[in-house]
Ligand binder design. Structure first.
Ligand code: HPA
Length: 257
């Protein structure tokens, strides 16, 4: 029975539906994680419960902007607490025109445009050159894809895509989005890096479950500006699906194990 780590992105700062049985505060050599870790269990009929460790990436009150998150402390703390694989959620903007706001996406690639973030656990004398050809774990992606296909309408789900990780916290300019599109990116967010690479450095399988909450800057309904009220509304609506997919993916993966 694996112990799952879930990193909750925007819109999943609290996860009330799960039964939390414990809370642990973990200090790491890299500083404090975004919040205490919550330990929960998913009950299953005549099977042992699944253990889940949950950490809201931005903190319980969404206090940390993407460039201020202590990604190293977060990933380290989850591993220290016993997580063996990580699923992270993220809200994104859609660059690809076929990914409508409100859709769910499980990306298979990423491009990192961030700067000035602590990128690695490498230290002088102990340099890590992890293989990162495929940044997301394929088995975890498959679990998320299976559950998404079972729960979401065909046209609202995308089982691949390239995630552009921008620095934030501001949203992009229209010209930046044109450039990201030319680079082959289909989604844009601010938090998957360095998180995904740090998980790989610690040997933790990692996959990302994305909810598109807006057309990226300059595109479609965001041609003139990105409407924050719209974005929040789509995020609130989509979180029900994100939570359902998370639960189902963990359950079905354990059933197949
Ligand atoms: N850009 C970057 N990050 C985002 C966006 C966006 O348009 N929407 C949600 N997160």
């Amino acid at each position: 029975m694996a112990c799952w780590g879930v990193i909750g992105g925007s819109g999943l700062d609290v996860w009330d539906e799960l039964t939390w049985i414990d809370e642990v505060a973990i200090s790491t050599p890299y500083g404090e994680p975004s919040s205490v870790l919550r330990i929960g269990e998913i009950e299953r009929l005549s099977k042992p419960p699944i253990k889940v460790i949950y950490l809201p990436r931005h903190g319980l009150d969404h206090r940390y902007a993407p460039h201020r998150i202590n990604y190293r402390a977060n990933v380290w703390a989850l591993k220290q607490a016993g997580a063996q694989k990580l699923i992270a959620t993220a809200t994104v903007g859609s660059i690809a025109l076929n990914i409508k706001a409100g859709s769910i996406c499980v990306p298979d690639q990423l491009i990192d445009y961030t700067w000035g973030r602590e990128q690695s656990f490498s230290e002088d004398g102990n340099v890590l050159h992890i293989d990162f050809t495929h940044p997301f774990d394929e088995a975890l992606r498959s679990a998320l894809i299976r559950s998404s296909k079972a729960l979401i309408a065909y046209e609202d789900f995308h089982d691949d895509g390239t995630y552009a990780c921008t620095q934030g916290p501001r949203l992009e300019t229209a010209a930046e989005i044109v450039r990201l599109a030319k680079d082959g990116c289909s989604l844009v967010g601010m938090t998957a890096m360095p998180e995904a690479a740090l998980a790989r450095e610690l040997g933790l399988p990692y996959a990302l479950l994305c909810l598109s909450v807006n057309a990226a800057a300059g595109l479609g309904l965001s041609a003139e500006a990105i409407d924050h009220d719209d974005l929040k509304r789509v995020m609130a609506q989509g979180m029900h699906q994100i939570k359902a997919i998370l639960l189902s993916a963990m359950q079905s993966d354990e059933d197949r194990a």
